[in-house]
Design a binder for this molecule. Structure first.
Ligand code: ARG
Length: 252
């Protein structure tokens, strides 16, 4: 194919992605990449539809750009940062923590949620596990490529913990529930959500390992980050953001 034809084929294809506001507006679609195994931020409902706090924020960003939102499921290992740096998606939201290391290769929006890394244990026996006293020789699960994996490598491994790495967060949770691992490192709101959905099955043990902030991820220096910031600032000011917190995260 001649380069010019190839270019127009790319522009016409519905799956083409864009890194600038002008390109997104031209194709009329904003493509979101997300790993939908992380309630209450992103998951698939019984009807197979994507839902959660992040999904609603992504919808608002697309709405303010005047385009449709298209959502693609991408495992976290491929999501960060390759899906965005390769242009396979226009933006990524997946309870993604803002870190200096990641900010070298992608651009983040302003922080939109304050979170923490915590130990998730089987319900009913949280007393059997305590941090920092109790990690020596214990098998502790982490999701690949997450800040949970990084912090566990930094502070739990030197204390004698054995780390088990999962591509899929849900598989780690299943192992906690079955008692195959002592704990899984996960983001704080996921535990409160599990306790609400599956009473008695999961608990948080010990103190938080690290506090962190989530951001929306874009290709480096994309002007989409500023567009997302305008939406977030507006939502925080007009009460829409608080409504989403109440809908998805605040415990009732
Ligand atoms: N906040 C952590 C990080 O950015 C974990 C995010 C995992 N998200 C998910 N959808 N599985 O590394």
């Amino acid at each position: 194919m001649k380069p010019a034809l190839l270019l127009s084929a790319l522009l016409l294809s519905s799956s083409a992605v864009a890194t600038t506001v002008a390109q997104v507006k031209a194709k009329g679609v904003l493509v979101l990449g997300t790993d939908p195994t992380f309630n209450p931020f992103e998951f698939k409902g019984p009807d197979g539809q994507f839902q959660g706090f992040d999904i609603d924020i992504a919808r608002a960003v697309a709405r303010d750009l005047g385009v449709k939102l298209e959502i693609r499921a991408v495992g976290f290992g491929a999501l960060m940062p390759q899906s965005v740096t390769s242009g396979r998606v226009d933006m990524a939201m997946s309870a993604i923590t803002i870190t200096a290391e990641r900010a070298k290769v992608v651009s983040f929006s302003q922080p939109y949620y304050r979170s923490a890394q915590v130990f998730i244990v089987r319900g009913g026996n949280p007393g059997k596990f305590a941090w920092p006293a109790d990690v020596k020789g214990k098998t502790i699960g982490v999701q690949a490529n997450t800040t949970g994996q990084y912090v566990a490598g930094d502070v739990l491994k030197p204390k004698g913990a054995v780390l088990k790495v999962y591509d899929d967060f849900a598989a780690g949770l299943a192992d906690v529930r079955a008692g195959r691992i002592a704990a899984l490192i996960g983001d704080a709101p996921t535990v409160t959500d599990l306790q609400k959905r599956l009473p008695g099955q999961f608990a948080q043990a010990g103190a938080a390992l690290a506090a962190e902030d989530y951001g929306i991820v874009f290709a480096k220096n994309s002007d989409l980050a500023a567009a997302a910031n305008r939406t977030l600032t507006k939502m925080k000011a007009n009460g829409e953001y608080q409504k989403l917190l109440n809908k998805w995260i605040v415990q009732k």
